[in-house]
Design a protein around this ligand. Structure first.
Ligand SMILES: O=C(O)c1ccccc1NCC(=O)[C@H](O)[C@H](O)COP(=O)(O)O
Length: 210
């Protein structure tokens, strides 16, 4: 749970240099780059590397993967040097630990939230959890929210809230769930992977007003 500090902000699914630059100028804490095969925001390794080089050291780069072979994840690590790996699929803790990076585990809250929460002890190595609104087996980034009240009142590590957030609802979400941070993709877009400057700004301002 939050310690009362402002929620951290992660913009996810960036594909354009100008959006990365704008996000950094707005002061976000994390930039998410998607390498999952089933994503319309998927980056190739060269494009991911090029975006990564624009990000200063105080902003963390999070590489998203989903049910990919270890060699593919290792190639992302080699090419992009992410600060964090975010796993979105059915990967287990041993797999997620195997790349020499801290990892966050996305938890799909869109189907059976109780079953989703029951899976948390299976990830003792996760540095954080990211609760997302999609159902298990489905990709993220679809703007699907879940019932924020279904999250536990106490967790033993940081957690991020994701799924269907935007500048209009993020303040309420933070007030209800008190997450460590908030993650947004489609809620700041004009189209898949195309971030909108005004929506990005509105999101950051809404979080900072909480
Ligand atoms: O964004 C994608 O296309 C994606 C594809 C496959 C796995 C994960 C993906 N995104 C995960 C994210 O962290 C999104 O930011 C998160 O699902 C929130 O998305 P949105 O509901 O659109 O804000």
């Amino acid at each position: 749970m939050s310690d009362g500090a402002p929620a951290h902000i992660k913009f996810c699914g960036l594909t354009r240099a100008q959006d990365v630059d704008a996000a950094i100028a707005l002061g976000v804490d994390c930039i998410g780059l998607v390498f999952a095969p089933r994503s319309s925001r998927r980056l190739g390794l060269e494009a991911g590397h090029a975006l990564r080089t624009r990000v200063p050291a105080h902003v963390r780069v999070v590489a998203l993967v989903m049910d990919q072979p270890a060699a593919d994840v290792a190639a992302v690590v080699d090419a992009v040097a992410p600060d964090i790996l975010q796993f979105h699929g059915a990967e287990d803790d041993a797999f997620c630990r195997g790349f020499g990076r801290p990892y966050w585990k996305a938890i799909a809250m869109g189907g059976d939230p109780a079953a989703a929460l029951a899976s948390l002890p299976a990830y003792p190595g996760a540095a954080a959890f990211l609760f997302d609104g999609h159902a298990a087996g489905e990709p993220g980034g679809g703007g699907l929210a879940f019932d924020w009240r279904s999250l536990p009142r106490a967790l033993d590590r940081p957690f991020w809230l994701a799924g269907g957030l935007d500048g209009d609802n993020v303040a309420r979400a933070v007030a209800i769930a008190a997450p460590t941070g908030v993650d947004v993709s489609s809620g700041i877009e004009s189209g898949p992977g195309i971030k909108d400057a005004a929506r990005m700004r509105a999101f950051v301002e809404a979080v900072r007003r909480v």
